[in-house]
Write a protein that binds this ligand. Sequence first.
Ligand code: ZN
Length: 294
Amino acid sequence: MADRLVKFMSHVDMVTISCVDSTNLVEEARRIHRMNPTPTAALGRTLTMGAIMGAMLKGENEKVTIQILGDGPLGGIVVVANNKAEVKGYVSNSMAEADLLPNGKLNVGGIIGQGSLNVIKDIGLKDPYIGNVPLQTGEIAEDFAYYYAISEQVPSAVALGVLVNKDGTVKRAGGYIIQILPDTPGEIISLIENRLSNIKSITEMLEDGMSLEEIATYVSDDLNTRVVEEIEPTFKCDCSRERMEKALMTIGKADLEELQKDEKTELECHFCDKKYLFTSEDIKNILKEATGNE
Ligand code: ZN
């Protein structure tokens, strides 16, 4: 089944919900980066949130970059998404591991440690919007709820989950965000808070065979929850040889001269691990172009 991301409104359009089944795209990320289970969960949760935040962008050329920087063995996470919910991302250390939590769950907070969550939204203005909050738990969903409350002043409930098979492949991945518009009556907020206080995890709901429509209706506790929009989120990298050449042009003359001494230079895209090969001749041409105006 293809991944789905569906946006909903409930409680007479005072509450918005985005709900996503990201199983395939998280498995694709695991396969590309050959990650251990806990990094798979860490990146998978962040990619799922990236798909949700990307889909909230209005314009086609807008993008959102999420950076999680921690002092744990994982190092950092980078995820970039656009408004078609195309996401890409990587972790610094795909082999990081930590003991399971007492409840048997993967210890995502344990490999992330303490640090910060940065959100950079490039919406075509001269300066991007940048939000930055300290990590609360490193479990990612709580960190994004905190980010929305502090940085965007939108009360939000966030759930993100990745369930990994015994062989390390991804069994289920998904998430949702519930956001309350200003002036929402207290009774509606209490209703949702009550519902969320004792609820299965998103991956358990998906495992039970609940559709995104059923999940959105359940978590918002409103039978009149309606679909607003649906898109298919995907793992997609937009790297190209031209982009790699452009990046090479910015590293400086001395470094390019150094690279030119090697017969071959292999560059790898962090986001999709695709390799690009440059010969000494290629580097010479790039050097010529980079220094052409001197
Ligand atoms: Zn790439």
